[in-house]
Design a protein around this ligand. Structure first.
Ligand code: GDP
Length: 405
Protein backbone atom coordinates (compact mmCIF):
# COMPACT_ATOMS: atom_id res chain seq x y z
CA UNK A 1 0.00 0.00 0.00
CA UNK A 2 2.74 2.37 1.03
CA UNK A 3 4.63 1.55 -2.16
CA UNK A 4 1.55 2.28 -4.27
CA UNK A 5 1.10 5.63 -2.52
CA UNK A 6 4.76 6.47 -3.04
CA UNK A 7 4.48 5.51 -6.68
CA UNK A 8 1.58 7.92 -6.96
CA UNK A 9 3.68 10.69 -5.42
CA UNK A 10 6.60 10.15 -7.79
CA UNK A 11 4.29 10.96 -10.71
CA UNK A 12 3.26 14.39 -9.36
CA UNK A 13 4.97 17.62 -10.43
CA UNK A 14 3.96 20.83 -8.67
CA UNK A 15 5.17 23.30 -11.24
CA UNK A 16 5.34 27.06 -11.60
CA UNK A 17 6.16 29.19 -14.62
CA UNK A 18 8.38 32.16 -13.82
CA UNK A 19 9.14 35.03 -16.17
CA UNK A 20 9.60 38.69 -16.79
CA UNK A 21 6.38 40.32 -18.02
CA UNK A 22 6.00 39.72 -21.77
CA UNK A 23 8.51 36.87 -22.01
CA UNK A 24 5.59 34.58 -22.82
CA UNK A 25 4.57 32.98 -19.54
CA UNK A 26 0.84 33.11 -20.31
CA UNK A 27 1.38 31.75 -23.82
CA UNK A 28 3.59 28.92 -22.52
CA UNK A 29 0.94 28.09 -19.89
CA UNK A 30 -1.81 28.07 -22.51
CA UNK A 31 0.20 25.83 -24.80
CA UNK A 32 0.89 23.42 -21.94
CA UNK A 33 -2.83 23.21 -21.19
CA UNK A 34 -3.51 22.62 -24.87
CA UNK A 35 -0.73 20.05 -25.37
CA UNK A 36 -1.91 18.08 -22.33
CA UNK A 37 -5.50 18.02 -23.59
CA UNK A 38 -6.61 20.13 -20.61
CA UNK A 39 -8.13 22.68 -22.98
CA UNK A 40 -9.26 22.00 -26.52
CA UNK A 41 -8.83 25.42 -27.95
CA UNK A 42 -5.72 27.51 -27.92
CA UNK A 43 -6.24 30.71 -25.93
CA UNK A 44 -4.59 33.81 -27.29
CA UNK A 45 -3.30 36.62 -25.15
CA UNK A 46 -4.20 39.26 -27.70
CA UNK A 47 -7.89 38.28 -27.99
CA UNK A 48 -8.40 37.86 -24.25
CA UNK A 49 -9.35 34.18 -24.37
CA UNK A 50 -6.63 32.79 -22.13
CA UNK A 51 -7.78 30.48 -19.37
CA UNK A 52 -5.25 31.31 -16.70
CA UNK A 53 -5.63 35.08 -16.92
CA UNK A 54 -9.25 34.81 -15.90
CA UNK A 55 -9.55 38.01 -13.96
CA UNK A 56 -11.12 40.79 -16.11
CA UNK A 57 -8.79 43.41 -14.62
CA UNK A 58 -5.92 41.16 -15.55
CA UNK A 59 -7.11 40.74 -19.12
CA UNK A 60 -7.53 44.47 -19.49
CA UNK A 61 -4.06 45.16 -18.23
CA UNK A 62 -2.57 42.29 -20.17
CA UNK A 63 -0.54 41.07 -17.21
CA UNK A 64 -0.86 38.07 -14.98
CA UNK A 65 -1.91 39.17 -11.51
CA UNK A 66 -3.53 36.30 -9.67
CA UNK A 67 -2.07 32.85 -9.22
CA UNK A 68 -4.38 30.11 -10.43
CA UNK A 69 -3.74 26.40 -10.14
CA UNK A 70 -4.54 23.98 -12.95
CA UNK A 71 -4.05 20.24 -12.95
CA UNK A 72 -3.04 18.49 -16.18
CA UNK A 73 -1.73 15.11 -17.28
CA UNK A 74 1.39 14.30 -19.29
CA UNK A 75 3.05 10.95 -19.94
CA UNK A 76 1.54 9.21 -16.91
CA UNK A 77 2.27 12.17 -14.63
CA UNK A 78 0.05 14.78 -13.05
CA UNK A 79 1.35 18.30 -13.44
CA UNK A 80 -0.22 20.81 -11.06
CA UNK A 81 0.50 24.11 -12.71
CA UNK A 82 0.61 27.06 -10.33
CA UNK A 83 0.47 30.31 -12.22
CA UNK A 84 2.81 32.78 -10.55
CA UNK A 85 2.41 36.51 -11.16
CA UNK A 86 5.20 37.96 -13.26
CA UNK A 87 4.61 41.60 -12.40
CA UNK A 88 7.02 43.11 -9.95
CA UNK A 89 4.19 44.72 -7.93
CA UNK A 90 3.02 41.30 -6.82
CA UNK A 91 6.17 40.00 -5.18
CA UNK A 92 4.21 38.72 -2.15
CA UNK A 93 2.05 36.54 -4.35
CA UNK A 94 5.14 35.23 -6.13
CA UNK A 95 6.64 34.38 -2.71
CA UNK A 96 3.49 32.53 -1.68
CA UNK A 97 3.29 30.50 -4.85
CA UNK A 98 7.00 29.66 -4.69
CA UNK A 99 6.38 28.06 -1.31
CA UNK A 100 4.02 25.48 -2.77
CA UNK A 101 6.08 24.60 -5.86
CA UNK A 102 8.51 21.72 -6.14
CA UNK A 103 9.97 22.96 -9.42
CA UNK A 104 9.67 25.71 -12.00
CA UNK A 105 10.18 26.60 -15.64
CA UNK A 106 11.82 30.00 -16.08
CA UNK A 107 10.79 31.55 -19.41
CA UNK A 108 13.15 33.96 -21.17
CA UNK A 109 12.73 36.02 -24.31
CA UNK A 110 15.23 34.88 -26.95
CA UNK A 111 15.82 38.49 -28.04
CA UNK A 112 15.94 40.22 -24.64
CA UNK A 113 17.63 37.38 -22.69
CA UNK A 114 17.63 37.88 -18.90
CA UNK A 115 15.56 40.94 -17.95
CA UNK A 116 15.36 42.66 -14.54
CA UNK A 117 12.23 40.85 -13.39
CA UNK A 118 13.54 37.49 -14.56
CA UNK A 119 16.51 38.18 -12.34
CA UNK A 120 14.46 39.12 -9.26
CA UNK A 121 12.11 36.13 -9.61
CA UNK A 122 15.16 33.89 -10.13
CA UNK A 123 16.65 35.15 -6.85
CA UNK A 124 13.37 34.56 -5.03
CA UNK A 125 13.30 31.01 -6.38
CA UNK A 126 16.93 30.59 -5.20
CA UNK A 127 15.89 31.60 -1.69
CA UNK A 128 13.13 29.00 -1.71
CA UNK A 129 15.44 26.33 -3.16
CA UNK A 130 13.08 25.74 -6.11
CA UNK A 131 14.78 23.64 -8.83
CA UNK A 132 14.37 25.14 -12.28
CA UNK A 133 14.71 24.48 -15.96
CA UNK A 134 14.98 27.35 -18.46
CA UNK A 135 12.88 27.79 -21.60
CA UNK A 136 14.21 30.34 -24.08
CA UNK A 137 11.03 31.41 -25.85
CA UNK A 138 10.28 33.45 -28.99
CA UNK A 139 12.95 31.83 -31.12
CA UNK A 140 10.84 32.84 -34.12
CA UNK A 141 11.38 36.56 -33.46
CA UNK A 142 13.72 38.66 -35.58
CA UNK A 143 17.03 38.91 -33.73
CA UNK A 144 16.37 35.82 -31.58
CA UNK A 145 19.56 34.04 -30.61
CA UNK A 146 19.77 31.09 -28.24
CA UNK A 147 23.52 31.40 -27.60
CA UNK A 148 23.26 35.06 -26.56
CA UNK A 149 20.29 34.32 -24.29
CA UNK A 150 22.24 31.43 -22.71
CA UNK A 151 25.26 33.71 -22.18
CA UNK A 152 23.03 36.19 -20.34
CA UNK A 153 21.69 33.37 -18.12
CA UNK A 154 25.28 32.37 -17.31
CA UNK A 155 26.47 35.94 -16.69
CA UNK A 156 23.53 37.38 -14.80
CA UNK A 157 22.01 34.43 -12.96
CA UNK A 158 25.21 32.42 -12.51
CA UNK A 159 24.00 28.85 -12.84
CA UNK A 160 25.85 26.49 -15.19
CA UNK A 161 23.56 26.41 -18.25
CA UNK A 162 23.22 22.89 -19.65
CA UNK A 163 21.88 23.40 -23.15
CA UNK A 164 20.10 20.22 -24.26
CA UNK A 165 18.82 21.39 -27.65
CA UNK A 166 20.20 22.84 -30.87
CA UNK A 167 17.65 24.96 -32.74
CA UNK A 168 17.02 24.09 -36.38
CA UNK A 169 16.66 27.27 -38.44
CA UNK A 170 16.22 30.73 -37.02
CA UNK A 171 13.56 33.44 -36.78
CA UNK A 172 10.86 32.78 -39.38
CA UNK A 173 12.68 29.64 -40.45
CA UNK A 174 12.78 28.10 -36.94
CA UNK A 175 11.32 24.67 -37.61
CA UNK A 176 12.61 22.35 -34.93
CA UNK A 177 15.30 21.32 -32.50
CA UNK A 178 17.95 18.65 -32.22
CA UNK A 179 17.53 16.83 -28.90
CA UNK A 180 21.16 16.59 -27.78
CA UNK A 181 20.43 13.96 -25.10
CA UNK A 182 18.82 11.45 -27.47
CA UNK A 183 20.56 12.76 -30.59
CA UNK A 184 17.45 12.98 -32.72
CA UNK A 185 15.67 15.83 -34.47
CA UNK A 186 12.18 17.06 -33.66
CA UNK A 187 10.66 18.88 -36.61
CA UNK A 188 7.40 20.81 -36.59
CA UNK A 189 5.87 20.78 -40.05
CA UNK A 190 3.90 23.91 -41.02
CA UNK A 191 0.62 23.94 -39.13
CA UNK A 192 1.39 20.65 -37.34
CA UNK A 193 0.52 20.40 -33.65
CA UNK A 194 3.18 17.88 -32.72
CA UNK A 195 6.78 17.37 -33.76
CA UNK A 196 7.94 14.42 -35.81
CA UNK A 197 11.04 12.70 -34.40
CA UNK A 198 13.60 11.85 -37.05
CA UNK A 199 17.35 11.34 -37.49
CA UNK A 200 19.48 14.46 -37.19
CA UNK A 201 19.68 16.07 -40.68
CA UNK A 202 23.13 15.43 -42.27
CA UNK A 203 24.07 19.14 -42.40
CA UNK A 204 23.56 19.44 -38.62
CA UNK A 205 25.28 16.24 -37.52
CA UNK A 206 28.70 17.69 -36.90
CA UNK A 207 27.34 20.69 -34.97
CA UNK A 208 25.04 18.41 -32.96
CA UNK A 209 27.97 16.15 -32.05
CA UNK A 210 30.07 19.16 -31.05
CA UNK A 211 27.29 20.52 -28.82
CA UNK A 212 26.60 17.12 -27.31
CA UNK A 213 30.30 16.93 -26.41
CA UNK A 214 30.13 20.40 -24.77
CA UNK A 215 27.08 19.28 -22.80
CA UNK A 216 28.83 16.09 -21.65
CA UNK A 217 31.91 18.07 -20.57
CA UNK A 218 29.82 20.59 -18.59
CA UNK A 219 27.88 17.80 -16.89
CA UNK A 220 31.04 15.79 -16.09
CA UNK A 221 32.57 18.86 -14.44
CA UNK A 222 29.65 19.11 -12.04
CA UNK A 223 28.65 15.49 -11.40
CA UNK A 224 31.11 12.97 -9.89
CA UNK A 225 29.57 9.77 -11.34
CA UNK A 226 29.30 11.37 -14.76
CA UNK A 227 32.94 12.46 -14.48
CA UNK A 228 33.98 8.91 -13.72
CA UNK A 229 32.18 7.54 -16.78
CA UNK A 230 33.47 10.38 -18.93
CA UNK A 231 37.06 9.65 -17.88
CA UNK A 232 36.86 5.88 -18.32
CA UNK A 233 34.64 5.66 -21.43
CA UNK A 234 35.55 9.00 -23.03
CA UNK A 235 31.84 9.88 -23.37
CA UNK A 236 28.55 9.73 -21.51
CA UNK A 237 25.77 7.29 -22.28
CA UNK A 238 22.28 8.73 -22.79
CA UNK A 239 21.24 7.12 -19.51
CA UNK A 240 24.03 8.63 -17.43
CA UNK A 241 23.59 12.01 -19.07
CA UNK A 242 19.85 12.06 -18.33
CA UNK A 243 20.37 10.93 -14.71
CA UNK A 244 23.07 13.56 -14.16
CA UNK A 245 20.87 16.30 -15.68
CA UNK A 246 18.12 15.27 -13.26
CA UNK A 247 20.47 15.36 -10.25
CA UNK A 248 22.02 18.70 -11.22
CA UNK A 249 18.58 20.24 -11.72
CA UNK A 250 17.42 19.06 -8.31
CA UNK A 251 20.49 20.31 -6.46
CA UNK A 252 20.43 23.60 -8.40
CA UNK A 253 24.04 23.09 -9.53
CA UNK A 254 23.04 23.33 -13.16
CA UNK A 255 20.08 24.52 -15.18
CA UNK A 256 18.83 22.59 -18.19
CA UNK A 257 18.07 24.97 -21.07
CA UNK A 258 15.47 24.25 -23.75
CA UNK A 259 14.13 26.52 -26.46
CA UNK A 260 11.13 27.09 -28.66
CA UNK A 261 8.37 29.38 -29.75
CA UNK A 262 5.30 29.09 -27.58
CA UNK A 263 3.35 31.33 -29.92
CA UNK A 264 3.95 28.90 -32.79
CA UNK A 265 3.42 25.93 -30.48
CA UNK A 266 6.99 24.74 -30.98
CA UNK A 267 8.98 23.26 -28.14
CA UNK A 268 6.19 22.69 -25.62
CA UNK A 269 6.16 18.87 -25.75
CA UNK A 270 9.93 18.53 -25.19
CA UNK A 271 9.52 21.04 -22.36
CA UNK A 272 6.87 18.83 -20.72
CA UNK A 273 9.14 15.79 -21.18
CA UNK A 274 11.91 17.71 -19.41
CA UNK A 275 9.57 18.72 -16.55
CA UNK A 276 8.77 15.05 -15.98
CA UNK A 277 12.37 13.85 -16.43
CA UNK A 278 14.31 16.44 -14.46
CA UNK A 279 12.13 18.35 -11.99
CA UNK A 280 11.44 16.74 -8.60
CA UNK A 281 8.29 15.07 -7.30
CA UNK A 282 6.98 15.94 -3.80
CA UNK A 283 8.99 12.94 -2.55
CA UNK A 284 12.26 14.39 -3.82
CA UNK A 285 12.16 17.65 -1.88
CA UNK A 286 13.02 18.09 1.80
CA UNK A 287 10.18 17.57 4.31
CA UNK A 288 8.48 20.74 5.51
CA UNK A 289 9.10 21.88 9.05
CA UNK A 290 6.92 23.39 11.72
CA UNK A 291 8.07 26.41 13.66
CA UNK A 292 9.00 24.05 16.51
CA UNK A 293 11.43 22.26 14.17
CA UNK A 294 9.21 19.18 13.73
CA UNK A 295 9.45 17.66 10.25
CA UNK A 296 6.55 16.27 8.26
CA UNK A 297 7.44 13.79 5.53
CA UNK A 298 5.63 13.64 2.19
CA UNK A 299 3.61 10.67 3.41
CA UNK A 300 -0.18 10.36 3.06
CA UNK A 301 -0.26 8.43 6.37
CA UNK A 302 1.58 11.03 8.42
CA UNK A 303 -0.43 13.68 10.32
CA UNK A 304 -1.82 16.41 8.10
CA UNK A 305 0.29 19.47 7.30
CA UNK A 306 -1.02 21.73 4.54
CA UNK A 307 -0.66 25.34 3.47
CA UNK A 308 -3.48 27.51 2.14
CA UNK A 309 -1.87 29.69 -0.52
CA UNK A 310 -4.76 31.43 -2.17
CA UNK A 311 -8.41 32.15 -1.46
CA UNK A 312 -10.88 33.22 -4.10
CA UNK A 313 -14.55 33.99 -4.14
CA UNK A 314 -16.24 32.15 -7.01
CA UNK A 315 -19.83 31.30 -7.93
CA UNK A 316 -19.10 27.82 -6.43
CA UNK A 317 -18.31 29.44 -3.08
CA UNK A 318 -15.18 30.39 -1.22
CA UNK A 319 -12.36 28.34 -2.69
CA UNK A 320 -9.22 27.82 -0.66
CA UNK A 321 -6.28 26.54 -2.69
CA UNK A 322 -4.25 24.18 -0.55
CA UNK A 323 -0.92 22.38 -0.89
CA UNK A 324 -0.74 19.19 1.18
CA UNK A 325 2.78 18.37 2.38
CA UNK A 326 1.87 15.37 4.55
CA UNK A 327 -1.26 13.47 5.48
CA UNK A 328 -4.62 13.13 3.75
CA UNK A 329 -7.86 15.12 3.76
CA UNK A 330 -11.29 13.78 3.04
CA UNK A 331 -14.63 15.50 2.66
CA UNK A 332 -16.14 16.07 6.11
CA UNK A 333 -12.79 15.94 7.94
CA UNK A 334 -12.16 18.32 10.79
CA UNK A 335 -8.80 20.09 10.59
CA UNK A 336 -7.05 22.56 12.87
CA UNK A 337 -6.35 26.02 11.46
CA UNK A 338 -3.24 26.92 13.36
CA UNK A 339 -3.28 30.72 12.94
CA UNK A 340 -6.92 31.26 13.92
CA UNK A 341 -6.67 28.50 16.55
CA UNK A 342 -9.94 26.93 15.56
CA UNK A 343 -11.22 23.84 13.85
CA UNK A 344 -12.50 23.94 10.31
CA UNK A 345 -14.61 21.47 8.37
CA UNK A 346 -13.46 20.29 4.93
CA UNK A 347 -16.38 20.65 2.52
CA UNK A 348 -15.94 19.53 -1.04
CA UNK A 349 -12.45 18.88 -2.40
CA UNK A 350 -11.87 19.89 -6.01
CA UNK A 351 -9.15 18.95 -8.45
CA UNK A 352 -8.54 22.24 -10.20
CA UNK A 353 -9.05 22.15 -13.93
CA UNK A 354 -8.86 24.92 -16.48
CA UNK A 355 -12.53 25.05 -17.38
CA UNK A 356 -14.24 23.17 -14.56
CA UNK A 357 -13.22 21.81 -11.18
CA UNK A 358 -13.68 18.07 -10.65
CA UNK A 359 -14.79 16.87 -7.20
CA UNK A 360 -12.57 14.20 -5.63
CA UNK A 361 -13.03 12.17 -2.44
CA UNK A 362 -9.67 12.92 -0.94
CA UNK A 363 -6.36 14.64 -1.44
CA UNK A 364 -3.02 13.30 -0.23
CA UNK A 365 0.47 14.58 0.55
CA UNK A 366 1.94 16.26 -2.52
CA UNK A 367 -1.46 17.28 -3.96
CA UNK A 368 -2.67 20.76 -4.76
CA UNK A 369 -6.46 21.09 -4.59
CA UNK A 370 -9.17 23.63 -3.88
CA UNK A 371 -11.30 23.15 -0.78
CA UNK A 372 -14.85 24.48 -0.41
CA UNK A 373 -16.20 25.26 3.03
CA UNK A 374 -13.23 26.66 4.94
CA UNK A 375 -14.37 29.80 6.74
CA UNK A 376 -11.31 31.47 8.21
CA UNK A 377 -8.29 30.05 6.38
CA UNK A 378 -6.48 32.68 4.36
CA UNK A 379 -3.41 32.72 2.14
CA UNK A 380 -0.57 31.62 4.39
CA UNK A 381 -2.68 29.63 6.89
CA UNK A 382 -1.45 26.25 8.07
CA UNK A 383 -4.03 23.45 8.19
CA UNK A 384 -3.06 20.45 10.30
CA UNK A 385 -4.32 17.45 12.22
CA UNK A 386 -6.13 18.59 15.43
CA UNK A 387 -4.21 16.00 17.46
CA UNK A 388 -0.81 16.89 15.93
CA UNK A 389 -0.87 20.67 15.51
CA UNK A 390 1.94 22.65 13.96
CA UNK A 391 2.50 25.98 12.26
CA UNK A 392 4.49 25.66 9.06
CA UNK A 393 7.79 27.45 9.10
CA UNK A 394 8.32 30.45 6.88
CA UNK A 395 9.85 29.50 3.52
CA UNK A 396 12.67 27.01 3.80
CA UNK A 397 16.06 27.96 2.44
CA UNK A 398 17.27 24.38 2.68
CA UNK A 399 19.00 22.77 -0.29
CA UNK A 400 16.81 20.33 -2.19
CA UNK A 401 17.86 16.71 -1.79
CA UNK A 402 18.98 14.56 -4.71
CA UNK A 403 16.69 11.67 -5.50
CA UNK A 404 18.29 8.25 -5.46
CA UNK A 405 15.49 6.67 -7.51
P1 GDP B 1 3.61 37.12 -20.20
O1 GDP B 1 3.45 38.57 -19.87
O2 GDP B 1 4.97 36.62 -19.80
O3 GDP B 1 2.51 36.26 -19.68
O4 GDP B 1 3.66 37.01 -21.79
P2 GDP B 1 2.50 36.66 -22.82
O5 GDP B 1 2.34 35.19 -22.93
O6 GDP B 1 1.32 37.50 -22.51
O7 GDP B 1 3.19 37.12 -24.18
C1 GDP B 1 3.54 38.48 -24.42
C2 GDP B 1 3.45 38.76 -25.91
O8 GDP B 1 4.43 37.98 -26.59
C3 GDP B 1 2.10 38.37 -26.52
O9 GDP B 1 1.77 39.33 -27.51
C4 GDP B 1 2.36 37.01 -27.14
O10 GDP B 1 1.51 36.74 -28.24
C5 GDP B 1 3.81 37.16 -27.57
N1 GDP B 1 4.51 35.88 -27.61
C6 GDP B 1 4.48 34.88 -26.68
N2 GDP B 1 5.23 33.84 -27.09
C7 GDP B 1 5.77 34.18 -28.28
C8 GDP B 1 6.64 33.51 -29.20
O11 GDP B 1 7.08 32.37 -29.03
N3 GDP B 1 6.98 34.22 -30.33
C9 GDP B 1 6.52 35.48 -30.58
N4 GDP B 1 6.93 36.07 -31.70
N5 GDP B 1 5.68 36.12 -29.73
C10 GDP B 1 5.31 35.49 -28.62
Amino acid sequence: MRTALNRHLTTVRNLGILAHVDAGKTTVTERILYATGTTHRRGEVHDGTTVTDFDPQERDRGITIFAAAVSCAWDGHRINLIDTPGHVDFADEVERSLRVLDGAVAVFDAVAGVEPQSESVWRQADRHGVPRIAFVNKLDRAGADLDTAVASIRDRLHPAPLVVQLPIGAEDGFTGVVDLVRLRALIWADGAETAVAQPVPPDLREEARRRRRLLEESVAELHPQALEEFCTAGALSERTLAAALRDLTRTGDGVVVLCGSAYRNRGIEPLLDAVVAYLPSPLDVPPVRGTGGEERPADPRAPLAALAFKVSATPTGRLTYVRLYSGTIEKGDTVWEAGARRTERIGRILRVRADRHAPVDRAVAGDIVAVVGLKSAHAGSTLCAPDAPLVLEPPSTAEPVVSVA
